[in-house]
Design a protein around this ligand. Structure first.
Ligand code: DI6
Ligand code: FE
Length: 411
């Protein structure tokens, strides 16, 4: 099958995840999905679709299977070297993450391991993680830098991420997170490092087209709101949208700052307060929930899901895949955790990795829904009900993964 051939998927149950369809999961029965040139050409009642389609291309019978949009993991740090299992052993004995970071472990341990690898080695080390996400149905994934913290090493990480995208049937959105931790070259001079990020690293990443957004770790163990604002100003000057690691371990009002800049998403947000919720609602910024980090750090402060829901803030769910706080290359685990730990409904969880995750990546118009005009990234599930996508782990109910209209082999 070729992407340039029209394809009509029939006898499918569509979980469109599209707000235009008011049933749970945006479900549409009795409809066919018409794909053309890697996009969804039309979603039509099946009889009408068959009549119009005539002999234009290939008809694929889904035999009653459920189809969903491809899953979108909108917050990962999956390009890195090494791992932090030894640090985890330490944390399990009661040493807190903040203390490990203060002693030169934590993020800095991964920075050292990432700097040691060249671009090829880094891409190779990251490949199994990306493939694991793809096997579960991920078709678009965001990948951040933030483990290089020098000009050369940050750009190397972003290039490795783009290289992965070039060789696999997956779309990668790269984000510059140079303001992730203070590198040893600038110890005790966080403002000097932020100067360097704003004047050197960010402009280079923007000019080389290596990042489509800018992120900051706004936290006591990261960067202050004033420093975050300076990075956001630089991002704006280079035409890049912003997002933030905010309110993860404390409330510094970073979400309101992201909202002030009309940012794409405010991520983590366990300590988000009412003012932050109102700010996100007003700016249309997506709240990204990362239950893997909450679980792995044994946190107890949950994000204010009920209030976000009441305020109409779109909630996305992501893996936060990283070696320190969420070493889980499983979007389905994150969706399950979002339900069990944070109280999302399975429908909200699925929307969190489709429509709302697309919005968090500035792709709301083209990704995350089964609707005319969207990319033809879709999944065929061997399930009776869409909640099963989120419900069980260990077995994989994904039967087929379609990227840009082309059925992929599941490795
Ligand atoms: N918050 C996180 O959860 C990750 N980064 C961040 O700013 C953790 C990254 C790490 O520990 O390596
Ligand atoms: Fe993160």
């Amino acid at each position: 099958m070729h992407a340039n051939t029209d394809t009509l998927w029939i006898n499918a149950r569509l979980a469109t995840c599209d707000a235009a369809n008011p049933a749970p999961y945006g479900a549409l029965d009795g409809h066919a999905l018409w794909l053309r040139n890697g996009h969804i050409h039309a979603v039509l009642p099946q009889a009408a679709a068959l009549a119009a389609f005539a002999a234009q291309g290939q008809i694929i019978d889904a035999h009653g299977a459920w189809l969903t949009p491809g899953l979108i993991d909108c917050h990962t740090h999956l390009v890195y070297g090494g791992n932090r299992a030894a640090e985890w052993e330490k944390r399990l004995t009661g040493v807190p993450y903040q203390q490990i970071a203060a002693e030169g472990g934590g993020i800095m341990a991964t920075v050292r391991a990432t700097r040691r690898l060249d671009e090829d080695e880094l891409a190779l080390a990251s490949l199994p993680r990306l493939k694991a996400l793809m096997r579960e149905g991920v078709t678009t994934v965001e990948i951040k830098s933030g483990y290089g913290l020098t000009l050369a090493d940050e750009l190397k990480q972003l290039r490795a991420a783009q290289r992965l995208a070039a060789t696999l049937p997956v779309e990668v959105a790269t984000t510059l997170l140079a303001a992730h931790a203070l590198p040893p070259e600038f110890s005790a001079d966080a403002d000097g490092y932020i100067d360097h990020v704003c004047a050197v690293i960010l402009p280079a990443a923007a000019q080389e087209g290596l990042a489509e957004a800018v992120d900051v770790f706004c936290e006591g163990v990261g960067f202050s709101p004033a420093q975050t604002r300076r990075v956001f100003d630089a991002a704006r000057a280079h035409g890049l949208p912003v997002k933030g690691h905010v309110e993860q371990l404390s409330n510094l009002h970073g979400a309101a700052l992201v909202a002030e800049f009309g940012g794409l998403s405010a991520d983590h947000i366990e300590y988000l307060d009412d003012g932050g919720i109102a700010a996100l609602a007003a700016s249309g910024t997506v709240a990204v929930l990362l239950p893997g980090a909450y679980y792995f750090l044994r946190e107890t402060q949950k994000p204010p899901v009920e209030k976000l829901r009441a305020a109409g803030v779109a909630m996305a769910v992501s893996t936060d895949l990283n070696p320190g706080t969420s070493p889980f290359a499983s979007i389905r685990l994150a969706l399950n955790q979002a339900c069990v730990l944070f109280g999302l409904t399975p429908e909200e969880a699925l929307l969190g990795a489709t429509r709302h995750a697309a919005q968090a990546l500035g792709r709301g118009a083209t990704h995350g829904r089964l609707a005319a005009g969207c990319v033809a990234d879709l999944l065929v599930w061997q399930i009776e009900h869409p909640a099963e996508i989120v419900y069980g782990l260990g077995t994989n109910p994904l039967k087929q993964r379609v990227f840009r209209g082309v059925v992929q082999h599941l490795e």
